[in-house]
Write a protein that binds this ligand. Structure first.
Ligand code: DGT
Ligand code: CA
Ligand code: CA
Ligand code: ZN
Length: 579
């Protein structure tokens, strides 16, 4: 429900501003709770307000106060509290919250002292060395903020794939009235499985373009309409104003349009060059023999590739990094598929920082059709997350044994841990505890600012630990927020291969760590992989599809992925390696 998303956004932005204004924590929380529950509410709250038989206060997290706010939004698109706070802090102050290292208190301070409310102003301030003059701020923070500004600028205008996915699903649903599901295709970077999305490119196969475009611009959550012609419309959609381009076209040219708008640009250029050298022209309407007006191929994407002497190329490979040559030789990899995945190997429960119990997570995994599931809570170094110490690990391993013996969950549970790799490369838990577990993921969660040689040595030492099975989120990147930490990737990948340590492809949309080119580099050194979700609640298990797309972008086949193995094969791979 996209209008719900917009309203949720308004509430949480107001909460952010209230935080900058250092208002009462209780009220701030009530705005945030309301935002969260409105966002996941399947029914439009604006529609509910119009319907006398329904009460918005029946929604969890919505009391009288928020209900009043919602009525105001329905009437005039804003509300008093928000208007009032915007007279004190400009909306640009919200942008500053996206800079790592600056909390609401610092932003309030910046505003009071220097009237700084934009990223440009903040950058100037850091460069002039004026940030350090404020209480509790120093030169280190200035440097951190400058780095963070750079990352923010690079990512500005890009969106997490999970958000693009939500918007795409809602739009496909809405357009279902005028075009059946099989006739709506999402092309562009989304189809190629890229980790972040600039805009969504929808292609709708139809004989009634005006009806499709008209329905699109009236979709809930559509903000500014950027343009509307006879067969194309563009608009900003959803709380984060993601641009969506919709093209309505006849079945005859669908294949050509899909090919063209899937990209990448580099792939398309290479393909067009190939077409020209074979005396063809290729455009979004079809593949034409030189001088002819009737297309050789246009309705089906496969036919375009075939006419050019190529096997059809899966979208995830279309980056012009060798896929065309392999398609010509008919030696493209048989890419791993979501359906190949037999279990999820990384998730948290209420024992550490997850929000569901072991049973709830295991049953959710079973509902996805998995054969096995690993529970991998944090280790004790993450005290904030209530990580497990040795004693709790041993008790947990015994509990899992009992659960499997009893078998009432109907899915095999692996006892695991996401064990911190300490500053010097030692594991956070002793060998006895690690030996009691089926799977040990090792992850870096601290001292991520080490220099490359130090980080490399740290990771190499961890890989030498005989109990380590998986290198968790190997580069530590957080999309749009934090760059990978620096280390000698090839050397560490080589050590992983030698020691039978798999590398994780973490499917959490904020991470999607590893990046495709690193997956390929690691594979070329003989590394194997696990694709898992790092779920903190049952719904997150559904993020597996994003990780699988990354694996495909990394050219992985089923045999490269350990959790595509049946249980006995997986257990063999997880067994303590001979020393
Ligand atoms: P994004 O939206 O930044 O995440 O990335 P894309 O790849 O979705 O890029 P977008 O939306 O600008 O264009 C969609 C596809 O359309 C793109 O992958 C290839 C095709 N395309 C767009 N502009 C050009 C162009 O100037 N030349 C060629 N050959 N193809 C283009
Ligand atoms: Ca796009
Ligand atoms: Ca586009
Ligand atoms: Zn982690």
């Amino acid at each position: 429900m996209l209008d719900n998303v917009r309203i949720a956004r308004m509430l949480s932005e107001t909460a952010d501003l209230m935080e900058i204004a250092q208002e009462d924590g209780f009220r701030i929380r009530s705005y945030r709770n309301a935002a969260a529950s409105i966002e996941s509410q399947p029914e439009s709250v604006l529609e509910m307000l119009k319907d006398p038989s329904k009460k918005v206060t029946d929604i969890k997290g919505i009391g009288k106060g928020i209900a009043h706010v919602l009525t105001e939004i329905a009437e005039r698109g804003s509300f008093e509290r928000r208007d009032e706070i915007l007279t004190r802090y400009p909306p640009t102050a919200l942008e500053l919250l996206k800079i790592q290292g600056l909390g609401p208190k610092s932003i309030a301070l910046l505003w009071e002292h220097y009237r700084v409310s934009t990223i440009d102003q903040l950058e100037a301030l850091c460069k002039e060395g004026k940030l350090r003059e404020l209480p509790r701020m120093g030169q280190k923070l200035e440097e951190k903020v400058l780095r963070s500004i750079e990352i923010y600028r690079r990512g500005a205008g890009r969106f997490l794939v999970s958000y693009a996915d939500e918007v795409a699903a809602a739009l496909c649903d809405w357009l279902g009235e005028v075009a059946p599901p099989g006739k709506i295709h999402v092309a562009g970077s989304y189809r190629r499985g890229k980790e972040t999305i600039g805009d969504l490119d929808l292609l709708v196969e139809t004989t009634d373009a005006p009806a499709v475009l008209e329905r699109f611009v009236h979709a809930p959550g559509v903000g500014e309409v950027l343009g509307k012609g006879t067969n194309k419309a563009s608009a900003q959609v959803g709380g984060q104003n993601l641009q969506v381009d919709v093209r309505a076209l006849p079945a005859e040219s669908l294949g050509a349009a899909l090919q063209y708008f899937t990209g990448s640009k580099e792939h398309n250029i290479a393909l067009r060059t190939r077409a020209v050298s074979r005396k063809f022209t290729l455009n979004e309407y079809g593949l034409f023999r030189e001088g002819e007006t009737v297309a050789v191929a246009s309705a089906k994407e496969e036919d375009i590739y075939h006419e050019l002497g190529l096997a059809w190329i899966p979208p995830e490979l279309r980056e012009n990094t060798g896929e065309i040559e392999r398609a010509e030789a008919n030696t493209l990899p048989a890419l791993v598929d979501l359906a190949d995945i037999r279990g999820d190997l990384h998730m948290h429960t209420v024992e550490s920082d997850g929000r569901a119990t072991l049973e709830e997570m295991a049953l959710a995994a079973k509902a996805l059709g998995y054969e096995y599931v690993a529970i991998t809570d944090h280790s004790k170094a993450l005290a904030m997350a209530n990580g497990l110490d040795e004693k709790r690990v041993l008790a947990f391993a015994r509990l899992v044994q009992a659960i499997n013996k009893e078998g009432h969950l109907g899915i095999h549970v692996l006892a695991g841990i996401e064990c911190d790799i300490l500053r010097d490369g030692r594991m956070d838990l002793d060998d006895e505890a690690l030996a009691a577990l089926d799977i040990v993921i090792g992850s870096v969660h601290s001292y991520m600012n080490q220099e490359s040689p130090e980080m490399t040595a740290r990771l190499l030492r961890a890989v030498e630990n005989p109990y380590l099975r998986v290198m968790g989120h190997p580069t530590g990147r957080v999309l749009l927020h934090r760059d990978p930490f620096p280390f000698d990737f090839d050397t560490v990948a080589g050590a992983c291969a030698k020691n039978h340590v798999a590398m994780e492809i973490n499917s959490s949309p904020e991470r999607l760590d590893l990046h495709a080119s690193l997956i390929r580099a690691a594979k070329s050194r003989g590394v194997r992989f696990v694709v898992d979700t790092d779920a903190h609640l049952p719904r997150h298990l559904g993020n597996m599809k994003f990780g699988v797309k990354m694996a495909r972008r990394g050219w992985l086949e089923k045999a490269d992925v350990l959790n595509a193995l049946p249980l006995h094969g997986l257990m063999k791979a997880m067994r303590r390696r001979p020393s």
